[in-house]
Design a protein around this ligand. Sequence first.
Ligand code: ADP
Ligand code: MG
Length: 557
Amino acid sequence: MSDDNSEPRGGEEVDSDESPGFSNLERSDLDDEASSQGLFDDLLSGEPIFENKEVLRPSYTPHELPHRSDQINKMATILVAALRGETPSNILIYGKTGTGKTASAKFVSKELESTSQKYSVPCDVEYINCEVTDTQYRVLAQLANKFIEKNEARIDDRVAELEELLEALDEYATDAESDPEFDPAGAAPEDAVESDGFGDTDGPERATATTDEVASTDELATGNEPETVDESSPVHPLESTPFDSRGEVETKIEDLEADKESFEEVPMTGWPTDRVYSVFFDAVDYDERVVVIMLDEIDKLVEKSGDDTLYNLSRMNSELENSRVSIIGISNDLKFTDFLDPRVKSSLGEEEIVFPPYDANQLRDILEHRSNVAFKPGALSDDVIPLCAAFAAQEHGDARRALDLLRTAGELAERSQTETIVEEHVRQAQDKIELDRVVEVVRTLPTQSKLVLFAIILLEKNGVHSINTGEVFNIYKRLCEEIDADVLTQRRVTDLISELDMLGIVNAVVVSKGRYGRTKEISLSVPIDETEAVLLSDSRLSDIDDVQPFVQARFEN
Ligand code: ADP
Ligand code: MG
């Protein structure tokens, strides 16, 4: 494409007008009407910063995971049992967000599956993200449907094999018919017809008569491929199969097809949970195999729906006849097992693997590995990776944060049309990510908390300093009345303020007021305009059109 640029008018003006590689000079020569206004040209003309941005995204699974070999090896040591047909111990993996738990677990499960295929050991790994699939019903339904799918695929493979076997039987019979000395059981002896023979469809690899027999048959002596006939004796296709007759093979195919028909996919809602469980159970037990179920963000599932799922999964092995199940639970919350039934806790935590936070040096290694692929050579100035690593190390050693920072810094550099990413881009990226986080936290607050936060914002906007809980409560109460929301007690509102404090949205300090006792002084710790805009994007709050009276009202209480 770009080779054409030096000769933009090479006899094909219309086409070259649309060529994306045009330089400014060449474009200005062109007819105004046909030419674009250059919206994208400046952006295109700069040297791109990224070679491959995808490798910096969270969805990318790296092939190499520096500083996680201990954890990965430990998982492998436990899971290798599955490849020996034994049941691996259950594993519980802990670590804060961004410590590589999901990436490592996925890496190991990929290896496990491919090795099991290599050695033809039946082993299936199923991954479920419990943040998305967050009820027992959904987890079981998803697993049931995945195993039904696997069983169907297995049945299809098996049926295809059996159909090949039937074909082999046909050929065997045909060969037998055409060879008078060859007399397999059940084949009606009929004279072979010359023209019906060896010139046509049979492949060279077909099981065919022996060399001796060929020699004794005139027709074959003139055949096209005498050299392919080299087996010493024809092996009956059913030999070393569990079948004794063609009829048995056909029955088996029918049985398999009937099994396939009988699988009933679980709908995403509506069934009683025990029915879902039993479909799931049967689907898993349909075949002999070891099943590894990986439950990522397992703490979210327990928080939302209790530990019934884990209880049911962990007691399955005592009832399964053909298969065995092993569970890998992955949790961001180190203390989540405190909420588990003791039986579940001891079963699930047979083996525990901890993913510690990365330090700045480790994060630097991780970023360097990725940046080689992600960026054009020379796009990074030397201090960029160390700074991203340092910021992310402060953020509890979070590799996701480090990668986000690096990617965002690159995008900011790209937008400002510079050719290198410098320290300042990283600092801007840090601010941007922090603001994005605040926006997300505020957006997902419950309405009551939004109202409390809105009250604080209104007070600050009206120049009130040292805001106290009573003032917040008075404005909050009026906001509630205005939008017909329930009014919580002042005590509850105080709790909501503490929650906002913990989320880092407001800052509430207790100050002593001498003989008036102690009170909280509240201030906003996030950018006021952006936060207000997020609140007003909530349709309930945007109904409040004139807020001024509420603020004035605080003096009346
Ligand atoms: P967790 O599941 O612990 O929250 P992830 O496994 O999702 O963390 O990792 C977060 C991001 O950091 C992902 O993009 C992942 O690819 C990357 N990452 C984590 N650890 C490493 C590592 N050791 N090497 C390379 N990339 C890593
Ligand atoms: Mg994860």
